[in-house]
Each structure stands twice: as C-alpha cells, then as structure tokens.
Design a protein around this ligand. Structure first.
Ligand SMILES: *Cc1c(COP(=O)(O)O)cnc(C)c1O
Length: 407
C-alpha cells in the first residue's frame, strides 16, 4: 500500500508523471495560510507570501485566490505574481540590489511598497520615480541586530550581514528619505533570518522596530505599517515549529495602541511541509565503508542538503519488507556534496519509490540544470484530483538558447 498525498497514491503519481517529481498538497497550502490568518486575526495582517520559497505560477495563483499578498525579490518574481493573477497593490519588493529596470517595472505596475536596504537605493528609487513622474511608496529594512540562532547562511539580522540598514543609522536614513521628493515613507520592515525555531528573536526584533517607529513619530515621520518579515521555521525532523498563536499574541500586545498595520512575509512556513520530492532508487551499492542508495533526483533538484547540510525526512512510499540498512542517499551528480541524507536508516531496493519530505520550500525554486539535467515536473494534488503545474523540461528546452548561437 502506497502512502498518499491527500487521496492519491504517491506510486500512482510517480507512474503517471515520472520521477523526480515534486508533489504538493493544495490542502496543506491552504491550511498553512489559514493558520497565519487565524493566529493573527486580531491584527488583521497583510500576509505576503515570500515568492522565492516556491515561485510556481499555480502556487502563487492559489495564494492569490486566498487573498494573500506577495513579497518579491526581483522583477521576475513581480512578473510571476502578475502573470498568476496577483494584484500589484499587495506586492512588496525586497532585496539589496534592485536594478533601475526592476524599479521602473515595479513602479509602472503600481506595487504596494519598496523595502529599501540602503541610502544609494533610496537615491536610485527617487530618481527613477522622478523620471516617471511618480511617487514611490517605501519602507526601510532595518537590521535589528538580533541573533536568529539559525544556520549562518540563512541568518540575516546580524550586524555582519549584507541586509538592511543598521539600527544606529536608521533615524538618519529615515530623515534622508523624508527629504527626497519622489518618495513616500509608509513603513518599516525587518527580516532576521529563516528557519527560526525560537520566537524570542522575532519578538525582540518587533520590540526594537516599534521603539524606532515611536522615535520617528516624534520627528514627524508617521508610518502606516510594520513588516516583520518571514522566517518562522517548520519541522523537518522532530523540531517543534514555533507556536504562531503565541507569536501573534506577543505582536498584538506590542501593537496595541499604535496605529500600525501589520505585514508578514512568510515563505517556508507556507509551502515547506506541503511538498514532497518523489525519487526512484536506481541502484543500491555496497561500498567498502558505506552503503549508498543511488536515486534519480539530485542536488540540482533539491539543493538544501548540499548547501546547508539540511535534514529531510526520507521514507519509502511503500512498505517493501526489506530490512533497514544504514546508507547515504545520493544523487547521480558528479559532486561529493550530492546527497540527500548521510548515514540514514532506510529500507530501500532498486526500483523503490522514495519520498523526500518537507521539500515544498526552497526546493523547485532553487533547482538548476547542473550536469545537463532537466528540471523535474511539479504537480498539485487536491483531494482526488491532480494537476500538472510544471511540465518536465526536455533536452530541447535546455539547449535552445545555445542552439540559436551555434555557428
Ligand atoms: C526569504 C525572505 C522571506 C521568507 O523567509 P522564510 O524563512 O521562507 O519565511 C521573507 N522576507 C524576505 C525579505 C526574505 O528575503
């Protein structure tokens, strides 16, 4: 008996669409979004899904239909949101390196807010807005200098990070922005890291942001919203995901009496546990010191283990009656870093279907064509029905742009 995604057997999906295959549960996406809406009901937040976690058009469309806004980090992501039916007035544009073209594109679309990360960026947005005869709505991303206690590659709120404007420079930066004629200051934001399992850094960041907002109000800079970024972690193994209700209660208490709309930018926590990567076992290889389960998915499909030594739970789609062994579960790519798990207990034989869990976030969106591998197909399951939401790439897709240049 195969394990199910909603009402559909994973083995059936693998046979129908091939492997590697990303499978998402629509109900899990809805539930994750609804959890935020319910927990923060008292604050009436604008929840802006961080598109980079999974930028598939159908997933964006699903969130748009639920009323969600979007946090984007490139012109391409803004274009994706618009193509999927999201509305510009719920789009936030973050990122440290916005180009002139991206700023013009975003202004033209009429996005809700630019989250600005430096003084030169303020100048650039002001200039582009002036050229276009527009006023750009902006927020400053402040680096609250709190330790998110997460993996160093996904910690963003410390002094040593490239992100945001230092707390010590924040008031001056707001004064500077206030003097630029084609900007309208509407908010303040932060994003201190990702996969946070402890709420205290998030709460502390909120406190520091609000203290700054109070000082700004005294100086005549009244903000409309506070954006606390994303970063709430999920359970990959046996971690306890933070309690959103407790987070919401702390935030609601801090916001009480202040006239500030709340914005949140969750990515991973909306999609991570809605997705599973299906992969077929090619070979089981008994090495001299180790066993290897060689599968048909690889680091080009799911980079997280190679990039951050991330843990993903891996299980057989069916009980196969095989004894468990300890093995490295690896892909076919010519890199030692191409593994999904090391020294993992697994019962697997050639031909078995394995489920790599919690692969909905930073999986497909970080995929590449390394080793000239076609990117996987993606499907969205809802009850008894399944919809292909990205076709498997073909070799022709991969070489198209080079063929055009072949002499
Ligand atoms: C990546 C990112 C997010 C989402 O982070 P998660 O950990 O996936 O929730 C939100 N805001 C900004 C600015 C980001 O860069």
């Amino acid at each position: 008996m195969s394990k199910l995604c909603e009402n559909i057997a994973y083995t059936h999906l693998a046979e129908r669409f091939g492997t590697p295959l990303y499978v998402y549960s629509e109900q899990a996406l809805t539930n994750a979004y609804q959890n935020y809406v319910n927990a923060f009901a008292g604050c009436q937040p604008l929840i802006c899904y961080a598109v980079k976690a999974n930028s598939n058009l159908s997933i964006i469309q699903h969130f748009a239909q639920l009323g969600c806004g979007f946090d984007t980090v490139s012109g391409g992501e803004i274009a994706r949101v618009l193509a999927a039916g999201g509305t510009a007035d719920k789009i936030i544009f973050s990122g440290v390196g916005k180009s002139i073209q991206e700023i013009a594109f975003a202004l033209n679309a009429g996005i809700k807010c630019f989250n600005v990360e430096s003084l030169p960026e303020l100048d650039r947005i002001n200039q582009v807005a002036e050229m276009m005869g527009q006023i750009a709505p902006i927020s400053l991303r402040i680096n609250p200098d709190v330790d998110a206690k997460t993996h160093p590659y996904i910690s963003t709120g410390l002094k040593a990070n490239k992100f945001g404007i230092a707390m010590a420079d924040a008031e001056r930066a707001y004064q500077y922005a206030a003097a630029l004629p084609n900007l309208q200051i509407i908010g303040i934001d932060c994003h201190i890291g990702s996969q946070l399992l402890d709420l205290s850094p998030l709460v502390e960041a909120c406190e520091r942001m609000l203290a700054l907002a109070d000082k700004l109000a005294v100086q005549g800079i009244a903000l409309q919203h506070i954006d606390l970024g994303g970063g709430v972690g999920i359970a990959y193994q046996n971690e306890q995901a933070p309690d959103l209700t407790a987070y919401a209660a702390a935030v609601a208490q801090m916001l009480a009496g202040r006239n500030l709309r709340l914005v949140l930018e969750p990515g991973r926590s909306l999609v991570g546990n809605a997705g599973t990567l299906l992969t077929r076992v090619e070979f089981v290889k008994q090495g001299e010191e180790k066993n290897f389960v060689i599968v048909d998915a690889a680091m080009n499909d799911l980079l997280r283990p190679a990039l951050y030594q991330a843990y993903h739970h891996i299980e057989n789609a069916e009980e196969n009656g095989q004894p468990e062994m300890v093995a490295d579960i690896v892909g076919p790519i010519c890199e030692t870093g191409d593994f999904f798990a090391q020294n993992r207990e697994i019962a697997a034989a050639a031909g078995d279907l394995l489920l790599v869990r919690s692969a909905g976030a930073y999986g497909a969106s970080m995929a590449s064509n390394y080793n000239t591998r076609c990117r996987a197909a993606e499907v969205l399951v809802s009850g008894d029905t399944v919809r292909e939401i990205r076709q498997r790439e073909t070799f022709d897709d991969l070489i198209r742009h080079e063929l055009a240049c072949l002499g």
